[in-house]
Design a protein around this ligand. Sequence first.
Ligand code: ADP
Ligand code: ZN
Length: 603
Amino acid sequence: MTLPDILERYWGYSSFRPLQQEAMDAVLAGRDSLLVLPTGGGKSLCFQAPAIARDGLAIVVSPLISLMKDQVDTLVGNGVAAACYNSSMPSERKSEVSRGVRDGKYRLLYVAPERLVGDGGDGFLSMLESKPVSFVAIDEAHCISQWGHDFRPEYRQLARLRERWPSVSLHAYTATATARVRKDIIAQLGLRDAAEMVGSFDRPNLVYRVLARSTLKAQILEVLERHRGQAGIIYCTSRKEVDNLSQWLNDTGWRARPYHAGLPDEQRHRNQDAFLNEEVDLVVATVAFGMGIDRSDVRFVVHAGAPQSLEHYQQESGRAGRDGLEAECVLIASGADFLKWRVMLEKNGEMSDARRGLLRDMERYAASVGCRHKRLVGYFGEAFSKDDCGACDYCLGELETVADAVTVARKILSCVARVGQRFGAAHVANVLRGSDSEQVRSRGHHELSVFGLMKDATIDEMRGYIDQLLAHGLLQQGGDEYPILQLTAEGLALLKDAAAEPSLSLARQKRPDKNRLPKRARVETESWEGVDRDLFERLRAMRLQVARKRGVPPYVIFHDTTLREIARLKPTTMDALRHVYGVGARKADDLGERVLQEVQGQT
Ligand code: ADP
Ligand code: ZN
């Protein structure tokens, strides 16, 4: 069978995604390769389809048992003979898989890295020697590099693969884009004359927004309201924040589960499984919630605080919309986040120029005024050709620049000076807005000339301006107990020299206008075009039911993309159903009747 036939028959896909064909050709030709595509770019297919096309057994190295299990379940559901072999399996199952390997029953075998280099004492390796291995695919290959964000020592042992199978080609796959990690992967694995393929890192289906943190809970609720009944992740920067926020959400009537490394293993797993199996749609988590989150219908990712680098941000926000459908990524950041990171890194002795630089880039992103997509891909060294991405707060016209930025800056700097450089952003904002509060009065700050100087600004706007002045280096934060605002030399100069007219721009969220509907991102309207939403929901319910019965996560049965396509085209015959995107031959045989019944409304 040719590759296009394989795609059509087993997955119901009619075309390749960018770089898939090249990547699959490298595997077919037995040439070592490294493929870098963002999460959701379709890397798995690049070794799965060639494994079907080639003779022999393909070995897939994967870091997590849960990842392996999902991929194998999905493959089997599509009619591909695949299995995994790992230490958590009961010994009968192990023998069964071993027998299957000896009988040449499988096209793909998933294993943990350590299985391939040391014999676990169960004859696993010698069993493999007896069979021709067609190629080895190394998934999440960045785990081999200390420069990556998820180094795993066990991956280091893969350096010995080459000695063990000198003539078998090695193929590495990752979503980590930095050149340093790429070089490291090639060196560590000893790839020879590798075909290196690096895809675009833009994720056009993700709508990016940045908010200056003011009333965090209200800001989060606004996002949640937009996504009722949909799956989402809220990232916090500490375990305590995770616990508090998830408790508060549950008290407020939102079902959410916490996830962080401080929870007992058993509870952590339970919470993760509840999310993957669609028992709950919301997880509040630290960065510990990451790889292995294969739920593809995550429709939003909120960051309640800024992560410590744009790499982290890209990874974490990238868990949204893996199915290619629209999803929203909201960063709710404040200058205090960056101070917190600096203090923490210093305290742990982990601060370095590199770390400082990464933090600075993150801070600039949060305070920048411009297209977010352009900024993000630019950071990863990629040019962005579109003028209007149609999928970020800036391009959707949700931000506006302040008419007289320098005057606004001077008012704020002057207030910081007048309160003696001894107060934080909240207090400075209160004084400028003329807030008649106890904190302001008790210090006599209601008598300052700057009191009420910006009474038309909202609290969100004030916080946003202050963050931007921090990012522009006009203000800095000091203090041990809690962050206080201070002037930098540049800030002082701007304040002193009334004649200076530096180029400075400040932005704020446009205020809601009752007469104007908010502009929707193109991806948001397009992906729902012509979809019968009721039918879509019925199909999702049917999918959940089947998944429960079979004990697999729902996305293993069908992706949302496929369900939406069915709810758009409403096929009434088996033949028409087989032509729907994402419906392979096996799926049509297996679930076709049920789907057609749903479409005809006969259940
Ligand atoms: P990655 O491993 O790069 O994160 P996946 O392999 O999980 O991405 O693919 C993401 C989604 O895209 C999956 O639902 C997959 O089935 C789908 N996909 C992959 N290749 C294609 C294709 N050529 N056409 C349509 N959908 C595809
Ligand atoms: Zn944009």
